[in-house]
Design a protein. Structure first.
Length: 385
């Protein structure tokens, strides 16, 4: 893991008033068709001479790819090639294309994003803690350090749409930049376990057809039942990963994990994936599940089954760092060779540095990047790039 000296840039105030490149006040469909917004939409056109150059040093190795910086944006806010193009131009060197499925899948009803306000003075949220279970205030007051809800339901275009668009996205990546394709299986009515595994394999195969160099499998959004996650079942994760790897061959496979508090359970996941040789990287964390309420204590997000949401941003940084550190310790103790991607609450260059110190080979920011389009350049500058 390459190292670099990172300067402190604590939640830069000058970024606080910028428009998010994913406009939370518009629907997912409007964002898909019209986005990105704010500086992401304006920068490359207004300052073409300042776009990230293709003739750059690439001192960082990540899953066989040589990178300018080990920093980028995870699956979620980069909805299509318009978003990934802008992200690459803004200096985010690893871009994960929005998680795709084997079929078209609708988004949850609007709104999908609300500002989340944990009670603690530092704005952190404990996974499974009292506040997460009883209710966290959520509204439309977006403040720094920012935390938000993530209640989209993993929407997807049909493969006939996302495959050619993903290829367009890859073609825009410059030297030292990497596009990762993210996917998840889709459980539908009447589908048994064998069919569920096959859906993962078929979707991974569709991704491989695009020529993508790294594939990520999402196991940390609800797949079975109301709140159950696929990564709650290490044996099934292992079976799926083995089947997927048999199909995609030498393409490196990353598995995206939720926060897992129990070391024995986490060790079982490690055993079923990277120790088994079918997975080359683990990305963590996705979000923290919490009950969201308005100022009157009522359900904040409208609709059945939406009393809870994933929370991301500042609130989850301690949990993300904890998972990375524990995975790094397991990697050393078991003498395993796999990459760790640290995700969760990265709002500035010092947060990036903290994840690197904890053991991350690469670091990603979703919420922080959404509200600070210059974050990729801040990290690159701190690394001397």
């Amino acid at each position: 893991m390459s190292s670099g000296t990172v300067g402190i840039d604590r939640h830069a105030d000058e970024a606080a008033d910028l428009q998010s490149f994913y406009d939370v006040r518009r629907s997912y469909e409007d964002n898909y068709r019209e986005g990105p917004f704010g500086a992401f939409a304006e920068f490359s056109t207004a300052h073409p001479e300042e776009a990230v150059e293709n003739t750059v040093e690439t001192p960082y190795d990540f899953l066989g790819q040589h990178l300018r910086t080990p920093f980028g944006i995870p699956a979620g806010p980069l909805l299509n090639s318009a978003f990934t193009d802008a992200a690459f131009d803004m200096g985010f060197d690893i871009c994960v294309y929005k998680t795709v499925r084997s079929r078209a899948w609708e988004c949850n009803p609007f709104p999908n994003v609300l500002a989340v306000h944990p009670k603690s003075s530092d704005g952190f949220l404990e996974p499974g803690g009292l506040e997460s279970e009883e209710g966290v205030l959520a509204d439309d007051r977006y403040e720094r350090p920012i935390s938000i809800s993530n209640s989209f339901g993993v929407p997807s275009r049909d493969p006939d749409v996302w495959q050619p668009d993903m290829q367009r996205a890859m073609s825009h990546a410059g030297i030292g930049q990497l596009l990762i394709g993210s996917f998840q299986g889709s459980r539908v009515s009447g589908m048994d376990t064998k069919g569920y595994i096959q859906d993962h394999v078929d979707t991974a195969s569709l991704l491989a057809e695009t020529g993508v160099k790294v594939i990520e499998m999402n196991t940390s959004c609800p797949n079975e039942g109301k709140h159950r996650l696929l990564c709650d079942d290490p044996a099934l994760v292992g079976r799926i990963c083995e089947a997927v790897k048999n199909r995609i061959g030498d393409i490196p496979l990353i598995v995206k994990l939720a926060y897992i508090p129990d070391d024995r359970f986490l060790d079982r996941l490690v055993e079923a994936t990277v120790a088994h040789g079918v997975v080359q990287g683990l990305a963590t964390i996705n979000t923290i599940s919490a009950r969201l309420v308005d100022s009157q204590g009522r359900q904040a997000l409208p609709g059945e089954g939406r009393d809870r949401s994933g929370v991301c941003g500042n609130a989850i940084r301690p949990s993300g760092l904890d998972m990375v550190a524990r995975l790094d310790a397991m990697r050393s103790r078991r003498d395993l060779d796999f990459s760790i991607v640290g995700v969760g609450g990265v709002l500035d260059a010092e947060d990036f540095a903290e994840y690197r110190r904890a053991g991350s080979d690469a670091v990603m920011s979703a919420t922080g990047a959404m509200w600070d389009p210059m974050l990729g350049r801040r990290v690159a500058n701190a690394l001397g790039r």
